[in-house]
Ligand binder design. Structure first.
Ligand code: SF4
Length: 220
């Protein structure tokens, strides 16, 4: 019996701030459904999803069978396009037991994607490291001072877990998202981040700029 089979899956629940169907996350990934988890260990200054840690925001709680039933409406799209489910958030690794059990329960043809900042203990990443087909990792910045100023946390867990991904030969299944963050980093600092990450073994980078007015506008 698998580890998932030993878990009492009926007791597992995924706390979600939303489910978003019919998405295309990048070329070749197919049609996906985003399942956005509640909770995040970071407090990014320009967070676009503050509802993931605001207690007043309504949260929906799913058992494995309830979530399967909700997302299975797009089974044909997933199978025809090579798509599947994106676990994002917030920080979906806070609910790694559920994701592991979901992998065992969902059709094996569905791809599973993870959008994460990796700011969690390594045991959470290890629970799902072989369940995920593709990782989308939100780096912020590799400079510890910038990372701390922007997120309120030290980058130690993110760095440790990045090396874990590389050690488990997941670098070629990973895109690292590195933003230009107004008032926090610049092109030069971002270039240094890319070089550091290349030394760890990563080569696929999504470089973009935060839309600060969008983030701040959500708080007005
Ligand atoms: S990691 Fe994402 S969800 Fe969490 S605070 Fe930062 S931007 Fe918001």
């Amino acid at each position: 019996m698998s580890e998932a089979g030993n878990t009492n899956n009926q007791e597992l629940r995924f706390h979600a701030i939303g489910v978003d169907r019919l998405r295309v996350i990048n070329d070749g990934a197919g049609i996906t459904t985003l399942v956005a988890g509640y909770g995040c260990p970071l407090r990014c200054k320009y967070c676009l999803n503050p509802q993931c840690f605001e207690q007043k925001h309504p949260v929906k709680s799913y058992t494995i069978s309830e979530l399967l039933e909700e997302v299975a409406v797009d089974d044909l799209y997933f199978q025809a396009t090579g798509g599947g489910i994106v676990f994002g958030g917030g920080e979906p690794l806070l609910q790694a037991d559920f994701i592991h059990a979901f992998r065992a329960a969902c059709p094996k043809e569905w791809k599973l994607y993870l959008e994460s900042s990796l700011a969690v203990p390594e045991k959470e990443l290890l629970k799902i490291i072989d369940d995920i087909d593709f990782f989308l990792i939100d780096i912020k910045d590799m400079d510890p001072e910038i990372y701390h100023a922007y997120t309120g946390q030290q980058p130690d867990r993110m760095l440790h877990n990045l090396k874990l991904l590389a050690d488990h030969e997941k670098a070629d299944k990973t895109t690292l998202r590195i933003p230009l963050i107004p008032d926090f980093n610049d092109e030069n600092k971002r270039k240094q981040s890319v070089e550091q990450l290349q030394q760890i073994g990563f080569s696929d980078f999504d470089l973009f700029e935060y839309n600060v007015s969008l983030a701040l506008g959500k708080r007005i």
